[in-house]
Design a binder for this molecule. Structure first.
Ligand code: CA
Ligand code: CA
Length: 313
């Protein structure tokens, strides 16, 4: 099995980067990730950190997938995610919905343990409240087009989407813009509500196992149907478009429009009827409101696609 150490980190997703590892389509790889504060630069005692020039939201990688060419789609099946023993959160005095409440930055660390009653991993928020972990990947993406995109920003290449449905058992489809795709990931959250409203999730590090498969591009090949809808996620019983823009209004419209086009193609319904189904069954959900672009997902039931013979590759 290929393992990529967290020594191999980038803060931008772009073509031309030296690969941390190479694999074949269909291979499984494990990414060891740092937390978003460049691993432990933030502590409760020192919420400002020791290294102001440290990496912001570092992502481990990139992984070069042999055979991936521009126009293809990279299918990323997310397997086991293992967390290190603790996570950390920090307030912001400048960003997020509550910045006006805080005069200084404050950090809290939470230690994970197994709940003896349920067997689930989680943590005590305080003496009254236990919370289960519901682990997600904040940053995951292929190389973006052109000069690339910093790992603090989301986009069509994926990146800092902060979508809490990108988790164990989900399948993410990403565009291939450069040879090898160059997949990187990081910014694990032990849990995070939709919106990431304060500024962060429960930030942590760990390992993520993924299987990567290249879907060859171009109509009528498999990737052609997906291309316009990327990044696309299958999580639980839903398929989701994940779109990012300057405003939530724009991101919401883009997510809904891309899902309508995808479902119309897969179900062969016309625009009137696929539009009606979107309005009956599609759910717009805010992923995050705190990154340089805001992210919204549109969820649609997989079993409705299946009723019309629509399948994802
Ligand atoms: Ca993030
Ligand atoms: Ca984060």
């Amino acid at each position: 099995m290929i393992t990529i150490s967290k020594e191999y980190v980038v803060d931008i997703l772009k073509g031309g980067q030296e690969p941390a590892a190479y694999c074949e389509s269909g291979d499984t790889a494990v990414f060891e990730t740092k937390d978003c504060y460049d691993d432990d630069d933030i502590t409760e005692e020192n919420p400002y950190g020791n290294h102001p020039d440290g990496l912001e939201n570092p992502a481990t990688g990139p992984l070069y997938v042999q055979g991936a060419e521009p126009g293809d789609v990279l299918k990323v099946e997310i397997g086991k995610i293992r967390l290190r023993g603790y996570g950390i959160m920090r307030t912001s005095v400048t960003d997020g919905a509550f910045h006006y409440l805080y005069q200084e930055k404050t950090a809290r660390r939470f230690y994970f343990e197994t709940n003896p009653d349920t067997g689930r991993e989680g943590f005590w928020f305080d003496e009254k409240l236990w919370l289960d972990c519901d682990t997600m990947i904040g940053v995951i993406g292929t190389a973006a087009e052109g000069d690339g995109v910093l790992t603090i920003t989301p986009g069509v290449h994926g990146g800092n989407m902060d979508c809490n449905r990108i988790t164990e058992g989900s399948v993410l489809y990403l565009p291939v813009h450069v040879p090898g795709a160059l997949l990187s990931m990081g910014d694990l959250h032990a849990r995070m509500g939709d919106g990431e409203v304060m500024i962060c999730g429960l930030e942590t590090g760990g390992t993520v196992e993924v299987r990567v498969t290249v879907l060859k591009g171009g109509e009528p090949a498999e990737a052609g149907v997906l291309w316009e809808a990327l990044p696309l996620l299958v999580s639980g019983k839903q398929v989701m478009t994940i779109q990012s823009a300057e405003s939530l209004d724009e991101a919401a419209a883009m997510a809904a429009q891309k899902m309508q086009r995808l479902t119309a193609k897969l179900t062969r319904l016309d625009d009137v009827n696929s539009g009606m189904l979107m309005s009956l069954l599609g759910n717009l959900v805010i992923c995050q409101i705190v990154n340089p672009l805001k992210t919204v997902r549109c969820e649609f039931p997989l079993d409705v696609l299946a009723a019309y013979g629509g399948q994802l590759p």
